[in-house]
Design a protein around this ligand. Structure first.
Ligand SMILES: Nc1ncnc2c1ncn2[C@@H]1O[C@H](COP(=O)(O)OP(=O)(O)OP(=O)(O)O)[C@@H](O)[C@H]1O
Length: 644
C-alpha cells in the first residue's frame, strides 16, 4: 500500500474513534486490574474472582461499542478502500508514542474485521504483522515508576535488608505476620541457588513493579543476577487466618515459574502501563514460553490469540507434515485432530452425538465458555476459540477429511476461498488447546512396560505418579466447584511437567448443583441380581460409590488409587465439599507443592521425627485451613487457584 496523499477527514475520524475506543478499553482493563490490590488487601476473595471473570468480557464489549460508533458517525462499512487505507496509516501515526501499540493494533484488527467483508481484511487493512515496535517502550513518567525495580546489595549481609525493602516497596496496606522471619526464609532458600561466595559487580535483584494477583494470592516476580547467573523467582504472598500477610514460599527456576504461569490457571490481574515490557521481562525468566501464552496469563487474551495465530501461520510455512486424527480414543462429542509437529490439538464440535450424550452443540459451547471464565485451578486446559479458520487442504490426511465431512459437515467448507488456486479447508468453529498425553495412553505404556518386565521401577513410579496426580486433579477441581462429569482416564492428559489436567468439558457441572447420593439398598433379590440400575436417577444425581468399577479395573491402578484417594469413592467426601462451597467457602489451592511452603518446612524442622515428617509433608496449618481439605491429602498437591 503506497499512498501519495493522506487527506480524508473521514479516515482521520475513523482512526481517531478507533484509538479512543482502544484507549478507553485499556483504561478500564487497567483500572480493574489495579483494583486487585485493594481486593487483596481487604481479603475480598469473592470480589477478586468476580473481577477475574468479568474482565474477560471487557474486550468484546469495547469492540462492539467502537463498531457501533464507527457505523453511526462514519458509516464505516460503506467507506471505499482508499479511506480504509488512509485510516490504517493515520492509526499507525497515532501509535508512535503509544504505550500499548501491539494491543492497539489488535484492537484495530478486531474492529475492522467486524466491519469489513472478509475479502477486504485478507489484505492490507489489518495488521498481519506488527507495524510498531514494542522494544524499549518506557512508562510515560519513568520517575514515578519503571517496569521493574533494581536493588543492589553491596554485600551478602545486606541481602535480607534488600529483600525486606523489595517487599515493602509494593506498599501493601496490611501488616505482615513476621516479615523478618519470612525474609530470612527467602534469604536461606535463595543462597544455595547462586554462587554467593563471589558477588560480582552486577549483583542485583530485579523485580517487576506490580504484584501479580490471582484469587487469594499476590506474587512478586523477579530475578536475582550475579555475574552470568540469573535466578528467576516468585514470592507468593498470602493472608494468614488473622488477616496478616505471610510470604509463603520461594518459587525459583524456570520450571516453578512455568507452573505458576500455566495455561491451566486463571489469568493474573497486574497493573501494567507497558504490557510488552512485562512480557519481555517474563520471557527472560521463561524463554521457552511463547509470548502468546504470557499475554494470556496477563489477562490480555486477545493479544495472546493474535500471537498464537501468527505463530501458527509461521509454523505452517516452516513445516510439511499433515493434520491427522489425534491419537487416543475418539470423542463422542468432539472431533479432535492435531499436527504432529505442533504442540496443540484442534477440536470441532460434531453435528450429531450418540443418544447417551444428552446435550446440544450450544450447550457444549456454553460449557467451554464456563471453563474459560472459571478458575481452572491448574487442572483444566485453557482453550482458544476461532471461527472461519482456513487450513491448506494438502496438509490434511484423506482419513481426517473423511472424518470431518462425516462427523461435522456443517462445520467444514472445502474450496478456494482466496482464489489463489489452492484448496482450503475452512472450519466454521474450532477450539485449540495444548496437546497432552491422554492419561489412558500414558497408563497403557506403563502397563506394557510392566508386562514386559514386572520389575521396571520407572514404569511403576510413573504409574503411581499418574494415579496420584489424577486423584489430586479431581480434588483440585472439586475445590474449584467443578464436577468433571466424566472421570474416565481418557478425559485427562498429562503435561510436560507431569501434571494431570482435565480436557473433556461437555459433562462438567458445578459441585454445588450436583446431588451426591448413596446407592440405595436393593429392594429384593431381583434388584440385587439384575445387573441393571434398579433405582431412579435424577439428572444431577451422582453416585460416588459406583466410580470404582469404571475407573479401577486394573489391580495396579486400584492399589495406588485406594491408598491415596479412596475418599473419592465416598459420598461423604463430596457432600462435605459441597456444603462448604455452598456456605461460600473459597478454598486455597497452591501452584506449588505443599513441601515448598515455608510453614511446612518450619514444621518439619521443629518436628522431633523430622525425617518421617519430610517424607509425609506436615498437615497444612490452620491459617489456611481451606487448603487442608484438599491439598494436605495429596502428596503431589500443587496448584493454587481458588473457587466458587
Ligand atoms: N488436549 C489434548 N491433548 C491430547 N489429546 C487430546 C486432547 N484433547 C482431546 N484429546 C484426544 O481426543 C479425544 C477426545 O477428546 P474429548 O474428550 O475432548 O472429546 P469428547 O467428545 O468430549 O469425549 P467424550 O466422548 O468422552 O465426551 C480424547 O480422548 C483424547 O484422546
Amino acid at each position: 500500500m503506497l499512498l501519495q496523499r493522506i487527506d480524508s477527514s473521514v479516515a482521520y475520524g475513523i482512526a481517531r474513534a478507533m484509538i479512543d475506543g482502544f484507549n478507553r478499553h485499556y483504561r478500564l482493563f487497567r483500572a480493574e486490574s489495579a483494583r486487585a490490590k485493594h481486593r487483596f488487601e481487604t481479603a475480598d476473595w469473592a470480589g477478586q474472582q468476580r473481577a477475574q471473570r468479568e474482565r474477560i468480557e471487557f474486550y468484546d464489549l469495547r469492540v462492539k461499542e467502537c463498531v457501533t460508533r464507527l457505523e453511526r458517525e462514519f458509516q464505516a462499512s460503506q467507506q471505499p478502500m482508499e479511506v480504509w487505507q488512509q485510516a490504517k496509516l493515520l492509526y499507525i501515526g497515532m501509535l508512535v508514542d503509544h504505550r500499548q501499540p501491539e494491543l492497539a493494533e489488535t484492537f484495530f484488527n478486531s474492529v475492522t474485521t467486524k466491519i469489513l467483508h472478509r475479502s477486504y481484511f485478507q489484505n492490507d487493512f489489518i495488521f498481519v504483522r506488527p507495524a510498531i515496535s514494542t522494544e524499549y517502550i518506557e512508562p510515560e513518567d519513568p520517575k514515578s515508576h519503571t517496569t521493574y525495580r533494581c536493588y543492589y546489595p553491596q554485600t551478602l549481609a545486606e541481602l535480607p535488608d534488600t529483600l525486606r525493602r523489595l517487599v515493602e516497596d509494593f506498599g501493601l496496606r496490611v501488616p505482615f505476620e513476621n516479615l523478618a522471619r519470612d525474609v530470612a526464609d527467602v534469604h536461606d532458600a535463595l543462597l544455595p541457588l547462586f554462587d554467593h561466595r563471589r558477588l560480582r559487580a552486577n549483583f542485583q535483584i530485579q523485580v517487576l513493579d506490580s504484584l501479580f494477583y490471582r484469587n487469594k494470592g499476590a506474587y512478586a516476580v523477579g530475578k536475582l543476577i550475579n555475574g552470568f547467573q540469573e535466578v528467576p523467582f516468585a514470592l507468593p504472598i498470602l493472608h494468614n487466618d488473622r488477616g496478616q500477610l505471610v510470604i509463603d514460599a520461594l518459587l525459583h527456576g524456570e520450571d516453578d515459574l512455568l507452573m505458576l504461569f500455566s495455561f491451566a490457571r486463571a489469568y493474573f490481574m497486574v497493573d501494567m502501563e507497558v504490557p510488552s515490557a512485562y512480557v519481555q521481562f517474563l520471557r527472560s525468566l521463561m524463554p521457552r514460553k511463547p509470548r502468546a501464552e504470557l499475554y494470556n496469563a496477563l489477562g490480555l487474551a486477545k493479544q495472546g490469540k493474535t500471537l498464537f495465530y501468527r505463530d501458527f501461520l509461521y509454523h505452517m510455512r516452516h513445516s510439511t507434515d499433515q493434520f491427522r486424527i489425534a491419537p487416543g480414543i475418539k470423542g463422542m462429542v468432539m472431533l479432535v485432530f492435531d499436527l504432529p509437529s505442533f504442540p496443540f490439538v484442534f477440536k470441532v464440535i460434531k453435528d450429531r452425538f450418540p443418544p447417551q450424550k444428552d446435550i446440544t452443540p450450544e450447550q457444549v459451547r456454553a460449557k467451554y465458555q464456563l471453563v474459560k471464565q472459571h478458575d481452572r485451578a491448574g487442572r483444566m486446559a485453557d482453550t482458544l476459540e476461532f471461527s472461519g479458520v482456513g487450513f491448506p487442504r494438502e496438509r490434511f490426511t484423506d482419513e481426517l477429511i473423511e472424518e470431518l465431512l462425516r462427523e461435522a459437515p456443517s462445520q467444514v467448507e472445502i474450496g478456494d476461498r482466496n482464489g489463489d488456486g489452492r484448496a482450503e479447508v475452512v472450519l466454521k468453529h474450532v477450539y485449540i488447546e495444548r496437546r497432552m498425553i491422554p492419561l489412558n495412553i500414558y497408563l497403557q505404556e506403563c502397563f506394557d512396560a510392566l508386562k514386559a518386565n514386572p520389575d521396571d521401577v520407572r514404569a511403576r513410579q510413573q504409574l503411581e505418579h499418574a494415579v496420584i496426580e489424577y486423584g489430586n486433579a479431581i480434588k483440585d477441581l472439586v475445590a474449584a466447584n467443578i464436577f468433571p462429569g466424566d472421570m474416565l482416564w481418557k478425559n485427562f492428559g498429562i503435561t510436560r511437567h507431569g501434571k494431570v489436567v482435565f480436557y473433556d468439558y461437555d459433562e462438567i457441572e458445578y459441585i454445588t448443583d450436583c446431588n451426591f447420593r448413596r446407592v440405595p439398598p436393593p429392594r429384593d433379590e431381583d434388584d440385587e441380581m439384575s445387573g441393571e440400575v434398579w433405582y431412579s436417577v435424577g439428572p444431577h444425581d451422582v453416585f460416588p460409590e459406583t466410580f470404582g468399577p469404571f475407573l479401577l479395573s486394573n489391580p495396579l491402578v486400584r492399589e495406588v488409587f485406594m491408598r491415596h484417594h479412596a475418599d473419592l469413592l465416598d459420598v461423604e467426601f463430596w457432600q462435605a465439599h459441597q456444603q462448604r462451597l455452598r456456605a461460600g467457602h473459597i478454598h486455597d489451592i497452591f501452584p506449588y507443592e505443599q513441601a515448598r511452603r515455608f510453614s511446612t518446612r518450619r514444621a518439619v524442622a521443629l518436628s522431633p521425627s523430622a525425617e518421617s515428617a519430610a517424607a509425609n509433608p506436615a498437615p497444612v496449618p490452620p491459617a489456611l485451613d481451606g487448603a487442608a481439605l484438599v491439598a494436605a491429602s495429596s502428596t503431589f498437591s500443587s496448584a493454587e487457584g481458588v473457587t466458587a
